[in-house]
Structure formats: structure tokens, C-alpha cells
Design a protein around this ligand. Structure first.
Ligand SMILES: [Zn+2]
Length: 172
């Protein structure tokens, strides 16, 4: 799942205006994930209701009762980090011409959740696989490698060959 709602070339002021709060980030991810409205990842139905709130908000399908969250299928799902920090990390990395060091990341975000060397290792693997991923997908790949997670994605072909464990629950 690609959930990068950040347009290239956005200024920091513009970024903070649009993605400065949790509700703004959640809404942006919701729109990136379901541009035409909620669709159950299991059965495809649109009818649903919402349980809980904030980052724990769950979308339950009326038809099959499957529950999913905004970040299900991305590494953000297993993160306690607020969405504002995830999106800021993605923004900072996408703006940095030569990449962002772990130290710079720690200084900017107050966390060192995305070790640069892991991102670099992921980039090496991407390079040896003959391509590069979009920034958000690269981050997901890096974090999945770091934490030995299975990446749940519809786009298994984009991640193939990177040494990741992949699952595509949408595949028939
Ligand atoms: Zn369903």
C-alpha cells in the first residue's frame, strides 16, 4: 500500500499547514488509501462503520465484519509513532537531496526510528534489483527489513527481490 500523500516540492510551511496535526495526517492517509471512499480490503464492500478514534480508529465492514485501520498493511500499523512524525520523516527524506543522516533525523524528530543505515541497505538492495522505490515504499521496505516484519501489500512485484517477506491478501 502506498500511502504517501506528500506532493514533491512542497515547502516546509505548506507541509506543516497541511500535515501538522494527527487528524490532518489521518485524513490525508485516508484519501491516499481510499480515494473513492472506503472499500473493504477483504470483500470490497463500501458500507462500513467506524470504531474507536485517533490512531486506533478501526473501519469495520458491514458485509463481512472485517476490521481494518488506516495504516493496516503499512509499517505504520505497528508503530507507536504519531502519524505527524511518520509523514514529517517522509517529507524530510523526500526533500533531502543527499539523504538524511540518522543524527539529523533524530535532531529533527526526536526519534531514531528509521536508522539511515537500514534505509541505505534497502537502497543497495533496490539498486541491485535494478530499480528504486518511491520514498514511502522505500521507507516501508527499510523498516520491514529492520524489524523482520512481513510487508502486507497489493504491490508485491514492486518489492520483489529485496529480501522481504511479502503477503498480498488481495490476491485471489
Ligand atoms: Zn468486507
Amino acid at each position: 500500500m502506498s500511502v504517501n500523500p506528500i506532493q514533491p516540492g512542497m515547502s516546509l510551511v505548506e507541509f506543516l499547514g497541511r500535515f501538522g496535526t494527527e487528524p490532518q495526517c489521518a485524513e490525508a492517509i485516508r484519501q491516499a488509501r481510499w480515494p473513492e471512499g472506503f472499500r473493504c480490503p477483504r470483500c470490497g464492500a463500501a458500507e462500513h462503520y467506524v470504531v474507536g478514534h485517533g490512531q486506533r480508529k478501526l473501519f469495520q465492514c458491514n458485509a463481512c465484519r472485517h476490521q481494518t485501520s488506516l495504516t493496516a498493511g503499512s509499517v505504520m500499523e505497528h508503530s507507536k509513532l504519531p502519524l505527524t512524525k511518520w509523514l514529517l520523516a517522509i517529507y524530510l527524506i523526500s526533500q533531502a537531496k543527499t539523504g538524511l543522516s540518522a543524527l539529523a533525523m533524530k535532531r529533527q524528530l526526536g526519534v531514531s526510528c528509521l536508522p539511515h543505515r537500514v534505509a541505505a541497505a534497502s537502497q543497495d538492495q533496490q539498486a541491485s534489483a535494478g530499480r528504486t522505490l518511491p520514498v514511502a515504499d522505500g521507507l516501508m521496505a527499510a523498516a520491514a527489513l529492520q524489524h523482520d516484519l512481513t510487508l502486507i501489500t497489493r504491490n508485491t512485484k514492486d518489492f520483489a527481490g529485496l529480501g522481504l517477506s511479502l503477503v498480498n491478501p488481495w490476491k485471489e
